[in-house]
Write a protein of this length. Structure first.
Length: 268
């Protein structure tokens, strides 16, 4: 690449993919509030569990992976080119998300990511507690607050797991693997507690024997959906980071040089 160039963060192909992921996540978010899905969520536990899974991790992951910052006017869409000595070869106009990305790089600490993980888990546990779920089912307007809290919290958490140019995760790849496993495991445990309950865990869903789906089947399907949806979201992140971590271990000098160049760029 010639000196002075200001390459874009992604190629045309990856840009199209990111746009698709963002719009797909946005459409899913809207569909969660529209009938008949909204009415089904008040009648069937597995539909309500699917709605929760969308708010909690599926939609935030899609939105963050979509990286809409550039067309929202929050990012410049170009990356500064750094030479081997860590000097910026060409100045680029910085916008809010670009400046925020630089601040994040200056504070690459696992502690901040751990706090976000803790917040993510706390919010998810709160919205899966039986009295809270029953209240949401009986007062459907609360879904708006559930959605906003889960999507926002999940969005901040996912910026620590995946690239969302110009934002990059602040932690090492092994730490991202651990955070992903912990988040997925807690979601699985919450679903397992419900599935293994001998009585109906959430009393807001009424089932009549011989009519429609049984309470037991509703519980089992709800748990299976939460396990499946969380797996298709978190497992790729886990394997992707493991794969790249193993590859980087083969040549640690390149990683060290990259860290030195970035530190020279952002300054002390």
């Amino acid at each position: 690449m010639r000196d002075g160039a200001t390459p874009r963060f992604s190629t045309d192909t990856s840009g199209v993919v990111r746009n698709f992921l963002f719009w797909f996540g946005l459409v899913l978010w809207i569909l969660c509030f529209l009938p008949p899905f909204r009415m089904w969520a008040q009648q069937y536990q597995y539909v309500q569990a699917t709605q929760y899974a969308g708010f909690a991790f599926l939609i935030p992951a899609l939105l963050i992976a979509g990286a809409p910052w550039r067309w929202l006017g929050l990012a410049s869409g170009v990356a500064p080119q750094i030479d081997d000595d860590g000097q910026m070869l060409a100045q680029v106009p910085l916008r809010r998300m670009d400046e925020y990305a630089m601040v994040r790089v200056r504070h690459e600490r696992n502690t901040r990511s751990s706090w976000l993980l803790g917040l993510f888990l706390a919010v998810n546990i709160f919205w899966r507690v039986a009295p809270v779920v029953d209240f949401v089912v009986h007062h459907n307007w609360v879904v708006v607050f559930e959605s906003l809290s889960l999507v926002l919290t999940g969005g901040f958490f996912w910026t620590e797991l995946i690239e969302s140019p110009p934002l990059s995760p602040r932690t090492t790849r092994p730490y991202r693997v651990v955070m992903s496993i912990v988040a997925m495991w807690v979601i699985w445990v919450l679903a397992y507690i419900d599935a293994m309950s001998r009585s109906t865990f959430y009393t807001a869903f009424h089932h009549v024997a011989g009519h429609g789906i049984s309470a037991s089947a509703d519980q089992q399907i709800a748990a299976a959906l939460q396990w499946f949806l969380s797996a298709i979201v978190f497992v790729p992140v886990i394997y992707w980071n493991l794969l790249h971590w193993i590859q980087s271990e083969e040549n640690p000098t390149d990683e060290l040089n990259r860290m030195i160049r970035r530190q020279r760029w952002i300054g002390p």
